[in-house]
Design a protein around this ligand. Structure first.
Ligand SMILES: *Cc1c(COP(=O)(O)O)cnc(C)c1O
Length: 351
């Protein structure tokens, strides 16, 4: 009889919230559907594609559009089937079985997920009470414990907090291991180290089209690193990892700098509103123990009533993310922000 190996026996498929909720603030997606503005342009481009042909394995055109948007050289860019795939490739190929990977918890769950799948040894360093990263502690730990890679998101999902550019650079300079900085949410803040990437031979920066760019549907992410690392990434990825339709849509949308900036600015504006409204709820109700100062597109709240609040919001057809003693609320449109905050006001008043 065929037996699944031990690591597959205990694995469970990723389980996003299912069901039809009127307001979806659970997955940090953009509240703007870019297709409403560029649908015709995309349809026209897709219509002309040779679907019988394999995609461009180098994803040159979309890499170029990405590089131009962020003001970097396309020689430093590798496209992935979502940054998720790039995390998987990095864990699987840049590290060897039993290598130690440092994660800083809480952080994005996929880092530990892929590391464990590739039989790496995951060391999870808890963040302090303030949930911020202690750079000196990370450097010391890496250098004294044979850490082969450290990976973290900046700004962090789920904490919504950010580490300043100078601190990230200090970390990268302070260790000799590989450092993977996941800047999935950096479009909502201004502390990117993308412009410094060529200075460091131990750095990979990850970016995604799933958040500020508003295209979670097409699965497109990017790794940015020196040519040495980039050449290795390009060599080990599966040749046709990004398909022609994603490359085409990505190229079109990433070239729309003004619109992307406008949407991003509106989300940042909307974040301020949501943050302020949630801060006010925290003043009014002791059940909201702490609200973190977000530099991302979501607000993170510490509350012992997280589970109950999550369920009561679902009853009102509002989905947010429940995470142990916390809830994470994605920034929505003005109307969605209003709906979730007034629902919270009602729920908290009744507790
Ligand atoms: C959403 C998110 C991503 C994006 O992953 P994709 O596979 O590109 O959709 C990456 N990192 C973090 C921390 C995220 O929250």
């Amino acid at each position: 009889m065929y037996e699944l190996n031990n690591k597959l026996k205990k694995i469970e498929a990723y389980d996003p919230i299912e069901g039809n909720y009127k307001i979806r603030l659970d997955a940090n997606e953009s509240c703007f559907n870019i297709n409403e503005k560029f649908g015709d342009k995309i349809a026209e481009a897709v219509k002309g594609l040779s679907l019988n042909r394999y995609p461009d394995p180098a994803a040159s055109a979309v890499n170029k559009a990405f590089a131009e948007l962020y003001g970097i050289s396309e020689k430093l860019v590798t496209a992935g089937n979502g940054s998720d795939e790039l995390i998987s490739i990095i864990c699987g190929c840049f590290l060897e079985k039993h290598d130690k990977v440092l994660t800083l918890s809480p952080d994005f769950s996929m880092y530990a997920f892929y590391s464990e799948l590739y039989e790496l040894q995951v060391v999870s360093m808890p963040k302090g009470d303030d949930l911020r990263i202690d750079v000196s502690k990370v450097i010391e730990y890496c250098n004294n414990n044979e850490i082969k890679a450290v990976i973290f998101s900046n700004p962090c999902n789920p904490t919504s907090l950010g580490l300043k550019k100078e601190d990230v650079i200090r970390l990268v300079k302070g260790v000799s291991c590989l450092v993977i900085v996941d800047e999935a949410y950096m479009d909502f803040w201004d502390q990117s180290i993308l412009d410094r990437v060529e200075e460091f031979d131990n750095l990979i920066i990850l970016k995604t089209c799933s958040k500020a760019v508003g295209m979670a549907a097409i699965r497109l992410g990017f790794a940015v690193a020196t040519p040495k690392i980039t050449n290795a990434l390009r060599a080990v990825k599966s040749p046709y990892n990004t398909d022609t339709i994603s490359q085409t849509i990505g190229r079109i949308i990433l070239s729309e700098k003004d619109t992307l900036q406008k949407f991003r600015d509106e989300i940042v504006e909307s974040r301020k509103e949501l943050q302020e409204a949630v801060n006010e709820l925290a003043l009014k109700y002791t059940k909201f123990e702490k609200v973190y100062d977000s530099v991302a597109n979501f607000v993170f709240i510490k509350t012992s009533a997280a589970k109950e609040i999550h369920e009561k919001l679902l009853e009102r057809s509002i989905a947010v993310r429940y995470m142990g003693g916390y809830i994470r609320i994605t920034v929505g449109s003005k109307e969605e922000n209003k709906a979730v905050t007034s629902a919270l006001d009602e729920i908290l008043a009744g507790m």
